[in-house]
Design a protein around this ligand. Structure first.
Ligand code: VL7
Length: 137
């Protein structure tokens, strides 16, 4: 059983978000805004349903799904595309394949040294983000 992804997480590093956004076709103006953001992740599990919220001072994005069940995702406020998404466990990684207009698109989450890792990929561009667990206050 992989370590739980659940909790509230603060971004501590963000490598090649620019390349990933260019691959998605995001405009230069929006890319400049997005590059300045310190995103948070809130990951919850209710029964067999997962909810992943990405939040920032600019926009929020929420997706919910069941592992192994393909679903329709509209990436509202990101690149605004319809994709068919499927999340699976591959070893200790939660992996999502997002099939649509863009080739080789998806993401993976895993825990390493108490940190939440996220790899976002699209058409050969990979963005790596790391989050640390938010201290309770
Ligand atoms: C989603 C940013 C940049 C467009 C706005 C920036 C607002 C805050 O897909 C993602 O997460 C997965 C895995 O955790 C679950 O949905 C990452 C943020 C990546 C993409 C695109 C810039 C416009 C960012 C919502």
């Amino acid at each position: 059983m992989p370590a739980s992804l659940c909790g509230t997480w603060d971004m501590i590093s963000n490598v090649n978000l620019q390349g990933y956004m260019i691959a998605l076709g995001i405009s230069p103006h929006l890319r400049n805004i997005a590059l300045k953001l310190k995103m948070k992740k809130v990951i919850e599990q209710r029964g067999d349903q997962f909810i992943i919220k990405t939040t920032s001072t600019f926009r929020n994005y929420t997706v919910s799904f069941r592992v192994g069940q393909e679903f329709e995702e509209f990436t509202r406020g990101l690149d605004n595309k319809n994709v068919k998404s499927l999340v699976k466990w591959k070893g200790n990684k939660m992996v999502c394949e997002q099939t649509g207009e863009k080739k080789d698109r998806g993401w993976a989450h895993w825990i390493e040294d108490d940190k939440l890792h996220l790899e976002l990929y699209c058409e050969g561009e990979i963005c790596n983000q790391v989050f640390k667990k938010k201290v309770k206050q």
